[in-house]
Design a protein around this ligand. Structure first.
Ligand code: 5AD
Ligand code: FES
Length: 344
């Protein structure tokens, strides 16, 4: 049985992963889930790490076909937070116990390397001991180096799919999987904790593609892996595509926990969007991180990567309290720690 083999070995071949994904029995699902929870408890106990997400710009020079803030979406109302706005988010987040701030944005040329470095330095000086995660896309090595020297600790850059032709289905011709992968290896080499990841059920995705994602992730061995279901956005070419499945996302979370036992695995907002208890189910499938939103309420609806995104009407404190209660309700505990990777 492939589930047993995965548990015993910690990895499978591409063919084995795709047949496991294609015909996973209920018994196998439960077995993988139980092993995933056992491993997450071994490394993280009942702890759930939080990262305060600050969506600081929705301008983007890219045009990824799945994404609501892609350049050619003229109906997206654009915004940029000022340095003061960003610091205000951090202030509120710090008060609420967050010790990691994630600066996420589109690829926005307005935020030059100098501007980014300055923002990073100010946050690090003001909130000593915090960790800063960047999620601002593909940059040159020298830019990544500058942010690192300014104090950035981590970098999230989902690879989106490890299959070249599938990557081309999801992105315009000026983007390439090779470039994406190169960025990830560069970030790792520069000493960042890195996060990769993909959408589950993105248009054109097959079980073979997912198997390639798993093989690639094992090889890259990132400190964090973010996965969530694909959710159509009404202003994109994929508006009428089906959304990714809850069960498959949960199964992949369990598999990822087994393949990369120490990885930080977030129960993502997208997962919380397709099911009212999506994030709780994610934690129960092996995830150990949640990323509540710290962005100012006025801009939240504008950072609309996909339709019906949750938490767009709530204040930071409301989201923090809500998640606290949700996590407690399943017997886990949110901790006010940086939540550094144990996979160094
Ligand atoms: N559905 C789900 N996830 C999406 N993302 C972008 N658009 C969508 C969508 N329509 C994810 C991508 C990106 C991350 C920030 O959000 O994987 O890397
Ligand atoms: Fe935002 Fe529940 S986490 S409202």
């Amino acid at each position: 049985m492939l589930a047993e083999k995965l548990i015993a070995q910690g990895y499978l071949s591409k063919e084995e992963y795709s047949s496991l994904l294609r015909c996973c029995t209920e018994e196998e699902r439960l077995m993988l889930k139980a092993r995933a929870v056992e491993l997450r408890k071994q490394y993280y106990g009942e702890k759930v790490f939080t990262r305060g997400l600050i969506e600081f710009t929705n301008y983007c020079k890219n045009n990824c076909y799945y994404c609501g803030i892609r350049r050619e979406n003229a109906d997206c109302s654009r915004y940029r937070l000022t340095v003061e706005d960003i610091l205000e988010c951090c202030k509120e987040g710090w008060k609420l116990g967050f010790r990691t701030f994630v600066l996420q944005g589109g690829e926005d040329p307005y935020f030059t390397d100098d501007k980014m470095a300055e923002i990073i330095r100010v946050i690090k000086n003001t909130y000593q001991g915090c960790a800063i995660t960047l999620s601002i896309g593909e940059k040159e090595k020298e830019s990544y180096r500058m942010y690192k020297e300014a104090g950035a600790d981590r970098y999230l850059l989902r690879h989106e799919t490890a299959n070249e032709s599938h990557y081309q289905m999801l992105h315009p011709a000026n983007m390439s999987l090779a470039k994406r992968m190169k960025c990830l290896y560069t970030l790792k080499e520069l000493g960042y904790e890195i996060g990769a990841g993909f959408m589950v059920g993105s248009p054109g995705q097959t079980d073979e593609h997912l198997a390639e994602d798993l093989i690639f992730l094992k090889e890259l061995s990132p400190h964090m892996v973010g996965i969530g279901p694909f959710i159509p956005h009404h202003d994109t070419a994929f508006a009428n595509e089906a959304q990714g499945s809850l069960e498959k996302t949960l199964l992949l979370l369990s598999i990822l926990r087994i393949i990369l036992p120490k990885a930080n695995l977030p129960a993502t907002t997208a997962l919380g969007t397709i099911h009212p208890r999506g994030r709780e189910l994610g934690i129960e499938a092996g995830a150990n991180v949640v990323m509540p939103n710290l962005s100012p309420v006025q801009v939240r609806k504008k950072y609309e990567l996909y339709d019906n995104k949750i938490c767009t009407g709530e204040e930071a404190a409301e989201c923090a309290g809500c998640l606290q209660a949700r996590i407690a309700s399943i017997g886990y505990k949110i901790v006010n720690e940086r939540g550094d990777s144990v996979a160094k």
